[in-house]
Design a protein around this ligand. Structure first.
Ligand code: TXA
Ligand code: MG
Length: 350
């Protein structure tokens, strides 16, 4: 299949391009598009065959449900059967934006889209191109992140092209994602709302709107395989670079000297080494590839750069990657959640 690649700027999206992309989705095809979190791989959420195509293009297990993207509140009522008061408050506070909410689904949403579940995940993105595409494509776009299953989520169109060129109908290049990590997922289909995946909207921000919200026990027991995460997608090895990633925690000078020691040992064994460093430490490392993720005090910058950097190590053929820890107050939990998964839980505490 030849994949059409279209470039847009967020301020100006041509009607012709939108009609073209919307028609592809209405006819059962797939279009990758930009959102504020990461790029999505979109198909008609109400068409079971389109959802099957999404799973096939990504190589994703079909028990891992998709998020349905909508562009207005009226459309939410068409696909979910019960909208609790708390969810309405969350929608008012955070939609459109990087929040996904889980509800009991109506029959119109096929089980192929929800991975066989009676609940459906719904998000209203704020990205203008995404909203315009949802409207022209009939109102309901099922979209997981537009990467091959197991690879880091795409934050620029080039990442999507690397993974999906030739497998889908169209890729819309809208530049770099401003957030760079996937949406916060909250389950509202249960009595007490639960955060299933941390993101740009933190637990603290949520508590101001929904005071009794909790975190999925899987986060509080990070690393304990007995506690299974409730979002099916969180159980898979994810966001993984090809090389072995190791996170080193401790005081800054101890971390730098420990990592430099490890780098020497690995280089002596003929390994190609990499480091995820910060503005504050970038100059101190002696690796084959040192990537600067940003300032330790700017968690939005760290989040925005993380996935792109993991892909850079793959491109350079790095076999051992060491990373500092980023326990920043607001997005730290979301950043570390992705980084720990990418490392397959390999953490050294000094
Ligand atoms: O920011 C985002 O959320 C991006 C953009 C494209 O919107 N999308 C995204 O989709 O990250 P995906 O498929 O990569 O991640 C969806 C996550 C998976 O972990 C999946 O298991 C979970 O949402 N999920 C979807 N429906 C669910 C449901 N009904 N119950 C529990 N978890 C669900
Ligand atoms: Mg994903």
């Amino acid at each position: 299949m030849k994949t059409k690649i279209m470039t847009v700027s967020e301020e100006e999206v041509s009607d012709e391009m939108l009609t073209d992309a919307g028609d592809i989705i209405l006819c059962g095809g797939l279009v990758a598009f930009p959102t504020e979190t990461v790029y999505g791989l979109g198909g008609n959420a109400l068409d079971p065959k389109a959802s099957e195509k999404i799973y096939a293009a990504k190589g994703r297990p079909s028990d891992n449900p998709l998020i349905v993207h909508i562009a207005c509140m009226e459309d939410l009522e068409k696909i979910v059967s019960d909208i609790p008061e708390n969810a309405m408050r969350a929608a008012k506070a955070f939609w459109p934006g990087p929040l996904t909410m889980i509800f009991k689904k109506k029959d119109i949403v096929p089980y192929e889209t929800t991975g066989g579940l009676d609940t459906v995940a719904v998000r209203m993105p704020v990205h203008k191109t995404a909203l315009a595409l949802i409207r022209t494509a009939g109102g309901f776009i099922a979209a997981p992140s537009a990467n091959t299953s197991g690879k880091p989520s795409p934050t620029i169109a080039r990442h999507v092209i690397e993974d999906l060129d030739g497998k889908i109908d169209m890729i819309i290049d809208g530049g770099a994602a401003v957030i760079g990590l996937e949406s916060t997922i909250v389950d509202f289909s249960v009595e007490t709302p639960v955060i299933l995946r941390p993101g740009f909207i933190s637990l603290q921000m949520f508590k101001e709107i929904v005071p009794d919200i909790t975190m999925d026990a899987a986060f509080l027991n990070e690393g304990n395989p007995q506690v299974k995460p409730k979002a099916p997608g969180m159980k898979y090895r994810h966001y993984a670079p090809k090389g072995q990633l190791i996170i080193v925690e401790g005081k800054q000078e101890d971390v730098v000297s420990y990592i430099n020691q490890c780098l020497k040992e690995q280089q002596n064994k003929g390994e190609k080494t990499g480091v995820i460093a910060t503005n504050e430490t970038y100059d101190f490392y002696q690796a084959d590839l040192v990537e600067n993720i940003g300032s330790r005090t700017d968690d939005e910058e760290i989040a925005r750069h993380l996935y792109g950097i993991l892909r850079e190590f793959d491109e350079a053929g790095i076999t051992y990657i060491y990373s500092e820890q980023f326990d920043t107050p607001r997005m730290g939990q979301a950043i570390m959640n992705r980084l720990i998964k990418a490392a397959g839980h390999c953490i050294i505490k000094l």
